[in-house]
Design a protein around this ligand. Structure first.
Ligand SMILES: [Zn+2]
Length: 76
C-alpha cells in the first residue's frame, strides 16, 4: 500500500486515539488504524468508521462508558 498523500510505503497498523468532540469536551477513543509512518495520514477501514459512528451515537445519547483521565487546558 502506498500513501496517497506523500507516496511513502511505510504504512503500519497502529493504535491511535481518535478524538471526538462532545460539546466542549474531547473524548479519546482508542482504535487500530493503518498509519503512514512518514506523514501521519490515517487510513480508516469501513469497520473502524462504523465503530466510530457507533461511539459517536452512544455519546450523543449519553450512553458512552467514559472515565476521566486528565484535563484539557487552554492557554490564553
Ligand atoms: Zn504518507
Amino acid at each position: 500500500m502506498i500513501c496517497v498523500i506523500c507516496h511513502g510505503n511505510e504504512i503500519e497498523l497502529q493504535e491511535v486515539r481518535e478524538e471526538l468532540a462532545l460539546g466542549t469536551d474531547i473524548v479519546c477513543v482508542p482504535i487500530h488504524v493503518l498509519v503512514c509512518q512518514t506523514c501521519g495520514e490515517r487510513y480508516y477501514d469501513r469497520k473502524t468508521m462504523r465503530h466510530l459512528e457507533e461511539v459517536e451515537r452512544q455519546l450523543r445519547e449519553g450512553n458512552g462508558r467514559l472515565r476521566e483521565v486528565g484535563r484539557v487546558l487552554m492557554y490564553g
